[in-house]
Design a protein around this ligand. Structure first.
Ligand code: ATR
Length: 272
């Protein structure tokens, strides 16, 4: 039986073991998947020990994704461009391969929701790690992306880095004030503190879809704000969480599981 784990700090509330067990049942794979609370100082040693004791794959969550990027000896193209690793696989020659499945997880969820098509006009608010992880798959899919952020210099850096891949432009947050987008994605961490990014409510309409990468057991602050300004089509990042796990599962086991049945179970548990 393959041994897998998620490393983080804190890790108590991680849903990854549950998600991977459900994928395993769905696909007939047998696996053991545990949560590992890694002390901040000894993350690298803990990961190395796990793999030398027979571990086959690991997920990496906050605050270790950049350190995992440094630790592995091979990187997929998408992990390379993100500068962060959320999935590690032990290769046959014992070296560790680092991948980043966050952006593919987001795209899979947006496709499931029918929020996206190949030339969607998308506004992404936020220019941190979450956005960096999302840009490659969305640009490769053909979307036209407008990027904005409270701190505009971070937008300029990302636009410069990703402009060779697809259609991406940066705009100051105060210059965006009309309902010109098909999809608006909140990729800021503002929801963690119960806040919303300062953006004009005129970007919302009854036709636009709004996605918040953040999730909680009630509607997120950003999605509440969108709903107060005519938006009817909303979804939070729980589906992205299941989607990134699905692509990690595919890397390890060669099968992409269905996310919808797993997501319904998590939604029921979270919202009771
Ligand atoms: P993550 O990995 O979640 O993306 P991060 O790299 O620290 O975390 O980036 C956080 C993002 O959320 C940034 O775009 C940040 O904006 P700044 O670059 O201006 O700091 C954004 N953010 C966090 N709190 C916010 C708030 N209250 N209003 C607007 N943007 C916020």
């Amino acid at each position: 039986m393959g041994m897998f784990a998620v490393f983080g700090n804190p890790i108590e509330h991680s849903k990854s073991p549950l998600i991977h067990q459900m994928f395993a049942e769905q696909t007939g794979v047998s696996l053991e998947y545990q949560k590992i609370l890694s002390p901040i100082d000894s993350f690298e040693q803990n990961v190395v020990n796990f793999f030398s004791q027979g571990g086959k794959g690991a997920n990496i969550t906050l605050p270790f994704k950049e350190r995992a990027y440094q630790l592995v000896s091979e990187l997929t193209d998408r992990a390379q461009i993100c500068g962060a690793v959320n999935t590690i696989m032990k290769l046959d020659d014992h070296r560790l391969l680092g991948d980043n499945t966050d952006g593919m997880g987001l795209l899979l969820d947006l496709q499931r929701l029918e929020f996206i098509h190949s030339n969607s006009k998308i506004l992404i608010i936020g220019a941190g790690g979450a956005t960096r992880g999302a840009l490659l798959p969305l640009l490769e899919y053909g979307c036209h992306i407008t990027l904005t952020n409270r701190t505009f210099s971070k937008v300029e850096r990302l636009v410069e880095q990703f402009s060779g891949i697809g259609h991406i432009q940066g705009r100051e947050i105060c210059q965006i004030a009309s309902a010109e987008f098909d999809l608006i994605i909140n990729a800021t961490s503002s929801g963690v503190n119960g806040e919303i990014p300062e953006i004009s409510p005129d970007i919302f309409s009854s036709e636009v879809a709004c996605y918040d990468m953040f999730y909680q057991n009630t509607l997120t602050p950003f999605l509440s704000f969108a709903g107060e300004h005519k938006t009817k089509i909303v979804a939070d990042g729980l589906g992205m969480l299941v989607g990134q796990a699905a692509f990690a599962f595919k890397l390890w086991h060669g099968i992409l599981p269905e996310i919808a049945p797993v997501l319904s179970i998590l939604q029921r548990e979270l919202r009771i």
